[in-house]
Design a protein around this ligand. Structure first.
Ligand SMILES: Nc1ncnc2c1ncn2[C@@H]1O[C@H](COP(=O)(O)OP(=O)(O)OP(=O)(O)O)[C@@H](O)[C@H]1O
Ligand SMILES: [Mg+2]
Length: 220
């Protein structure tokens, strides 16, 4: 009976199991961190400054090596596959897309050009990309209004929307968002989280994109 119950449970989309992260071979930052993101779930990591939230997300996206960080214990599985030894671009190809802290946009490109860079990593026809762009504008009507503006001249909230929209253009299966609310007015934070919630629900009920989208949120 117990076995049947275990089989009935769907495998989580993301399984972080007892990871330890060390920077510069000596600085132990994470110890025994485990978390799971179920299919269709939104998971929030909450913690004080320096608690290790960003480090956890970078461990999942395999971005630690660039900062002399390393997962030294435990493992990470994405869609049932060990991913902690892959390089970051392989992880992007598998559909795990990170939106870094600080809403990095290309300031000298327009909002629309920024969005288009998100589709760069996948093979898609112009018509498909056009259709995906319209879907992103459907979720973020503000971005449609600002499509020709240089991203560097748009507001903080619009830049965060552009960064999330660019991630969507990659047709992600999971988005990792690092502090999407940082430095934004409460009203804009509400607006962004409402859109994130809608995105998650829409993907499950209406499959707007080819693959389901999952979200891991920091400070949701
Ligand atoms: N590249 C690095 N080299 C050495 N130590 C680092 C490095 N990056 C982060 N740390 C340390 O790891 C700890 C966790 O940092 P991290 O950025 O993951 O925390 P956080 O929870 O995201 O904090 P915040 O809320 O300020 O964003 C901190 O003590 C930080 O000083
Ligand atoms: Mg952080």
């Amino acid at each position: 009976m117990a076995t049947a119950a275990i089989h009935a449970l769907p495998a989580p989309l993301l399984d972080v199991n007892g990871i330890e992260v060390i920077y510069n071979h000596v600085i132990l930052v994470l110890k025994g961190v485990s978390l799971q993101v179920p299919e269709g779930g939104i998971v929030a990591l909450l913690g004080a400054n320096g608690a290790g939230k960003t480090t956890t997300l970078k461990a999942v996206s395999n971005l630690l090596a660039a900062e002399r960080g390393e997962v030294t214990k435990g493992y990470i599985e994405f869609r049932g596959e060990r991913v902690d030894r892959l390089n970051p671009s392989e992880l992007v190809k598998r559909g795990a897309i990170q939106v870094m802290e600080g809403r990095h946009c290309f300031p000298h490109l327009s909002v629309e050009e920024n969005l288009l860079t998100g589709a760069y990593s996948r093979k898609a026809s112009r018509a498909e990309i056009r259709a995906d762009l319209e879907k992103v504008y459907g979720f973020f009507p503000r971005l449609k209004q600002r499509r020709t503006s240089l991203a560097g001249y748009t507001s903080g909230g619009e830049q965060q929307m552009t960064a999330i929209g660019r991630a969507l253009m990659a047709r992600p299966r999971m988005i990792l968002l690092d502090e999407p609310s940082m430095g934004l007015a409460p009203q804009i934070v509400e607006e962004i989280f409402e859109i994130v919630r809608n995105l998650n629900e829409a993907e499950i009920e209406r499959f707007l994109f080819a693959e389901l989208i999952r979200l891991v949120l920091l400070r949701f």
